[in-house]
Design a protein around this ligand. Structure first.
Ligand code: HSE
Length: 302
């Protein structure tokens, strides 16, 4: 007799301009895993052996990390990735989804001793910042703060009239590289710029008042240093503005760029055409906020 269940975790878009390392949103890109007790630890992708070695597998790492915080040993298990829509190293939370999935798997096998806040704390400790893992867990758009002892978070009202036009290039950018170009210290005026705009941005999303969105997304802590790492990013922002978007930002550490707009297929088509002019290959798709967050489902004892 053994436990069998599925885990689903959404991808995320972190920072949203001025919310560097503290604001993020879950989007409808899904990681789905089938998990069952087994006589040995095994990772598969649609039934075939996993493409990366187990010691580099973040799901495995998160399971091991979580085990240290559980009193009960967990059994050996088989994890089969049945859906992975989250592009890797593109700034859409692929690492965070793996971390969250691993923590949820270990917790489930241990009889769910960790509540959702403890799961969030472990995920933030592993990832180092909360802006991807917290929305991946709770769904929606979430603002989070953390220190060694605590994670506090608050989910914004759902902006159900807001669409995310996600523009993904064919090149990768590691978070490590995108963080390495940032300064070690900042001008007080730049910090004030971000603080004041973040407060107003959260208010704007909560009230559904989008007229100042582009101004409020105008960050001074990370985006200005990262544009050079993403070919044509500034030209793409200009095109997005020309075709009437509400605002633009670099998703997480990049290289994905996001335009915020209402539901507007003409905008999508215009941007497709613009993106087709660049030498790198860009795709664009319209996404909505994922409100469900991480879930365990189809649980059975076999
Ligand atoms: N807030 C992080 C960054 C997101 O911008 O570096 C990447 O995980």
């Amino acid at each position: 007799m053994g436990l069998k269940f599925k885990v689903r975790v959404p991808g995320t878009s972190a920072n949203i301009g001025v919310g560097y390392d503290c604001l993020g949103v879950a989007l409808d890109y899904l990681l789905e895993l089938e998990v069952e007790e087994s006589d040995k630890i095994e990772f598969l992708e649609n039934g075939a052996p996993f493409s990366i070695p187990i010691e580099e597998n973040l799901i495995f790492e998160a399971i091991k990390y979580t085990e240290k915080h559980l009193v009960k040993n967990i059994p050996s298990y088989k994890v089969n990735v049945i859906k992975n829509e989250i592009p890797i190293a593109r700034g859409l939370g692929s690492s965070s989804s793996a971390i969250v999935a691993g923590i949820m798997i270990a917790n489930k096998f241990a009889g769910s001793p960790l509540d959702i806040n403890k799961i969030a704390k472990l995920a933030v400790d592993m990832e180092g910042h909360p802006d991807n893992v917290v929305p991946a867990i709770f769904g929606g758009m979430v603002l989070a703060a953390h220190d060694k002892e605590k994670v506090a978070y608050s989910t914004l009202l759902n902006s159900d009239d807001l669409y995310f036009y996600v523009m993904i290039p064919d090149f990768q950018l590691s978070t490590e590289k995108a963080r390495s170009v940032l300064p070690k210290s900042y001008l007080v005026s730049d910090a004030i710029n971000n603080m004041s705009k973040l407060g107003l941005l959260v208010n704007a999303f909560n009230k559904g008042e989008y007229e100042n969105l582009r101004f409020l997304l105008g960050d001074k802590l990370h985006q200005p240093y990262r544009f050079v790492l993403i070919n044509n990013s500034e030209k793409i922002f200009e095109a997005s503005e020309k075709y009437g978007a509400l605002g633009e930002y670099i998703s997480g550490a990049g290289p994905t760029l996001i335009s915020l707009n209402h539901d507007n297929d003409e905008f999508l088509e215009n941007m497709k055409e613009e993106l087709g002019k660049f030498s790198d290959k860009w795709t664009i798709e319209k996404k909505r906020i994922n409100l469900k967050g991480a879930e365990i489902f189809d649980e059975e004892t076999v």
